[in-house]
Design a protein around this ligand. Structure first.
Ligand code: ADP
Ligand code: MG
Length: 700
């Protein structure tokens, strides 16, 4: 489905805009941060962070110090800095009928100031009112225009987030130029919804936000921002529903189970299932038995025991005569899952394979054959698994671990492979209910809230890096008692710009203390090297593992009871929680040490305090939402999850439910997105870059 022509002006490269040369073009590309080249639309979607109100025009005497005002001034005289005193300002004396004021310019050359403000003439001048030596003054007025150019003064001026090298004036000019090319678009919001809220059109909403007449035009609670937030939610919900409906609309399979494999797995488990695990397994079995396709999110805190639930699901699918694939975001995690699953699977009589990019060709061929023949029931690997030529005898279930690392694109690729395969998505980041809807649409959700019995609480402490020597002494003592430790740093290599220790430097320092007991693992190593280092740690040959966040998700080493996070102030709440979850997995009491380098910002201090005082992943997730305020819980930018540009969940969340209902109704009455309504909806999806979902419409 091609992009509607009406959108062409918005998808032209920024370089095609007058005044954008190679340098500014490159700056804007970086600023808007997409993978490709920034386009005009990016400017339009760049929302102001606030408004300057210049409408106060009551005269000098009635201005307030610190406020912005616009004055019609008579220019009396200029007072340039005395010769040789360049540090003194150029002063312009002016008045209106209510009082006197000085306009002050530092470091300026008098010439242009005298041309801007000619003696004996009148000018509209706008800026912030100050007070100095008993007289009102305005230093560096934002605007000074001739009386007949009053119309060019933005009386309410949007203020945009900026970056070095990009001035507000330059950006404002570009935004206005794009706005001028924005056509009236077909309306995609249902008419009754428009009437209910009294919303402006998309065009008028954008005009209100970027060229406001009064501050409310651009405020988050104003009609324009409400409408735009709803647009973004609607686009997101439509895309999710389209993806999901192709997942479940495809004929599912009513599975029946013999009970042999699940019973064997249960018998092989060295523990009994928690109530939460049993409930999740029951729901999954119901889904598998139903004729529709399963699309279920299994969420549970780190260490909650999701892997076992997945194994039970895969065993049930094997009983129904089909195969399962489990995919992890990295080879490291895939290998880890395999190590956990393989002994149990084998004991239960299930055939299980591990597929990696690096495996010898002969092994690979043999594994592929066992999958093609149906001899193997389960395969574990990374998502590369699905891009390669794996043929299944009968793929029935796809389990995706740590979904937040996957983008919509991968999810779509998945559904390609097993035309009727059921889908189980596992996420270790507990997601508050409101966000489940945002990110996963109306996927069914199972939550593991209870931790497996016998888990020890983790002692968490926050310490300044100034205590390094004490930390090392304690570590020596604990290692001598047989403990193993993670030591996590934020960077792999030293960085010129940041005053942050790298994993390599910390590794070198710890090596001088602990010798061969220390090893290093980070994301830039080859998968084989990483796996080899992890194995040495797992086998207890290495006592201290220095790592970057490659170990953040899923790594399971029960004997590791110490987690040290250096520069903890640089990590997000969710990340710290994930990292801490790497310990406390065995029967020994564990400790987590958060080392920070001061001074701490207020939010960094609040983050560390939250982690120190609670282990409840849901509480932490909710607190994270509060602290970030933008609902960017999962670090959406990096992970390909939908992040919001226009909607601010704290303010607009209530619109999400409406958008969800409307999206559902639209797709129910117009599945093929036909006619005028379909055209309007496609326009919306392109505007919010959700057109990835559109090919599915054609397919369905
Ligand atoms: P998650 O994937 O949710 O982070 P895992 O499935 O990796 O958690 O489980 C973490 C650890 O807890 C594993 O060592 C696993 O064997 C163990 N475990 C899982 N379920 C239970 C249970 N019901 N009782 C005791 N231990 C369990
Ligand atoms: Mg796991």
């Amino acid at each position: 489905m091609p992009r509607p022509d009406s959108l062409d002006p918005l998808f032209r490269s920024l370089r095609s805009i007058k005044g954008v040369g190679p340098q500014l073009g490159a700056l804007l590309n970086r600023f808007f941060g997409g993978d490709g080249e920034a386009v005009a639309l990016d400017l339009l979607m760049h929302m102001p962070a606030g408004m300057i109100d210049r409408r106060r025009m009551e005269g000098v005497a009635r201005t307030f110090v610190g406020h912005t005002a616009t004055l019609k001034l008579h220019i009396d005289r200029h007072h340039p800095p005395p010769r040789g005193k360049a540090n003194q300002p150029h002063r312009v004396f002016a008045h209106d009928e209510t009082g006197d004021i000085q306009l002050v310019y530092f470091g300026g050359h008098g010439g242009w100031i005298e041309r801007l403000l000619p003696i004996g003439e009148e000018r509209y001048v706008s800026g912030t009112i100050g007070f100095f030596n008993g007289i009102k003054q305005m230093s560096h007025p934002d605007y000074a225009v001739e009386v007949d150019k009053f119309d060019t003064l933005p009386l309410v001026e949007p203020v945009y987030p900026l970056t070095q090298g990009l001035s507000l004036k330059a950006l404002t000019k570009l935004v206005r130029e794009v706005l001028a090319t924005l056509p009236e678009l077909p309306e995609w919001i249902p008419a009754d919804r428009m009437k209910q809220f009294g919303w402006p059109s998309f065009h008028d909403a954008m005009a209100a936000v970027h060229t406001p007449r009064e501050p409310l035009d651009g405020e988050l609670t104003g009609l324009a921002r409400m409408r735009l937030a709803y647009d973004e939610y609607l686009a997101g919900q439509l895309a999710l529903l389209i993806v999901r409906s192709t997942l479940i609309s495809a004929r599912g399979i009513s599975r029946s189970f013999t009970g042999e494999f699940t019973a064997a797995v249960t018998a092989a488990l060295p523990f009994s299932l928690t109530d939460g695990q049993q409930l999740a397994i029951d729901s999954i079995r119901d889904d598998l038995a139903a004729p529709t396709r399963m699309s279920r999110l299994l969420q549970g805190d780190v260490g909650a025991g999701k892997t076992v639930v997945a194994l039970m699901a895969m065993a049930a699918v094997a009983e129904s005569g089909a195969q399962s694939a489990m995919m992890a975001p990295t080879e490291l995690l895939a290998a880890q899952h395999f190590r956990t699953l393989a002994p149990l699977a084998v004991k239960a009589g299930l055939g299980i394979e591990m597929m990696t990019g690096k495996m010898p060709a002969a092994d690979r061929r043999a594994a592929l054959e066992r999958l093609a023949s149906g001899e193997s029931h389960i395969v574990v690997g990374t998502h590369a698994l699905f891009q390669s030529a794996v043929e299944f005898h009968n793929l029935g279930l796809v389990v995706v671990d740590e979904q937040h690392r996957f983008g919509v694109a991968q999810r779509l690729a998945l559904t390609d492979k097993g035309a009727h395969a059921d889908l189980l998505v596992m996420t270790a980041t507990p997601i508050p209910r409101t966000l489940v809807l945002t990110h996963f649409g109306d996927m069914a959700v199972s939550t593991l809230r209870d931790k497996p019995r016998g888990r020890q609480p983790i002692d968490t402490a926050v310490l300044s890096i100034g205590e390094y020597d004490r930390v090392i002494d304690r570590l020596h003592a604990r290692i001598a008692q047989g403990a193993q430790a993670f030591w996590v740093t934020p960077l792999v290599e030293e960085s010129e710009n940041l005053d942050v220790i790298s994993a390599e430097d910390r590794f070198a320092a710890l090596k001088s203390e602990f010798g061969e007991q220390v090893a290093l693992v980070h994301g830039r190593m080859s998968a084989a090297t990483k796996a080899e280092v992890m194995e040495r740690f797992q086998n207890n040959d290495v006592k201290i593992l220095v790592a970057t966040t490659v170990i953040e998700v899923g790594v399971d080493v029960p004997n590791a009871t110490i987690m040290i996070v250096e520069h903890a102030e640089r990590f997000g709440l969710a990340q710290l929680h994930q990292l801490r979850g790497r310990v406390g997995r065995g029967t020994q009491r564990s400790a987590c040490l958060l080392l920070y380098k001061g001074p701490l910002s207020e939010t960094a201090a609040a983050r560390l305090e939250t982690i120190r005082t609670t282990e409840d992943g849901f509480l932490i997730a909710e607190r994270d939402l509060e602290l970030r305020g933008q609902g960017d819980l999962l670090g959406t930018r990096q992970s390909g999850m939908p992040g919001y540009h226009l909607a601010v969940p704290d303010v607009h969340r209530h619109l999400l439910d409406w958008a969800h209902d409307d999206a559902k109704a639209i797709l129910e009455r117009n599945k093929g997105l036909d006619g005028n309504e379909g055209e309007a909806i496609r326009t919306l999806l392109y505007l919010f870059r959700k057109d990835l979902a559109l090919p599915l419409i054609r397919a369905g």
